[in-house]
Design a protein around this ligand. Structure first.
Ligand code: SAM
Length: 216
């Protein structure tokens, strides 16, 4: 089967059948070639219903989780989005199809470089990859319309909440190192309210306001 057929099957069997409905999200997931974001030896597994290793002990998330988090984020085409945890750049590429601009922060320099190369190979020009600790946010470009954290933390860092606009949304896996829940936080009218969604398993968010780097 060709990659484009595998991609169509992934959208139908892993996303639509499990309840992803947002047409813009389905169309973005149906157009971004996931095989570009994994190493050569894993290309044939790029559309498997699972996360895959991308080097440096990190992962590209399962397609369903990427779609679910993106759907929960309700991105509009004039939005400025901040992503924490660039990894392969795949989630940022999906967001690039939905938002005006995407800033994405990665703490591991090798992944920052490879994700930038992946995005460049697709001629994506509205994603900006930054090396650093995403738990402190990106105050120079704040406030953001939407924030997505693609690594698991013990709680939503306060810095990130402070860098959200009024009427904005953040989506992040929150829990312990073993298991988390996808949390959606909505900031509106001076209030910050959270909802709990799917159970998930992410690699840890390491940094000043994430899990400690020591012993991991
Ligand atoms: N969104 C990625 C993709 O599409 O491939 C997958 C993200 S992977 C599950 C989590 C990433 O978060 C890893 O690349 C890891 O290095 C990064 N990370 C962990 N803590 C971080 C931090 N404090 N700041 C920035 N990146 C962080």
């Amino acid at each position: 089967m060709s990659f484009s057929e595998l991609r169509k099957n992934m959208v139908q069997n892993q996303l639509i059948k499990r309840g992803i409905k947002d047409e813009r999200v389905l169309s973005a997931m149906g157009s971004i070639p996931r095989e570009i974001f994994v190493s050569d030896h894993l290309r044939n597994s790029a559309y498997d219903d699972s996360p895959l290793l991308i080097g440096n002990e990190q992962t590209i998330s399962q397609p369903y989780i990427v779609a679910k988090m993106t759907e929960l984020l309700e991105v509009k085409n004039d939005h400025i989005v901040l992503e924490i945890g660039t990894g392969s750049g795949y989630q940022a590429a999906v967001l690039s199809q939905l938002a005006l601009r995407v800033f994405t922060i990665e703490r591991i320099t090798d992944l920052r470089k490879s994700s930038e190369a992946n995005l460049k190979s697709m001629n994506i020009t509205n994603v900006f990859v930054i090396n650093g600790d995403g738990t402190i946010g990106l105050s120079q470009y704040a406030p953001f319309d939407r924030i997505m954290v693609t690594a698991a933390g013990p709680k939503i860092p306060k810095n990130l909440i402070d860098q959200m606009k009024d009427n904005s949304i953040i989506v992040m896996p929150v829990g312990d190192m073993k298991e988390q829940k996808l949390i959606r936080g909505v900031k509106a009218g001076g209030k910050f309210e959270i909802e709990e969604h799917d159970l998930c398993r992410f690699v840890p968010l390491l940094g000043k306001y994430g899990f400690s780097d020591v012993g991991v």
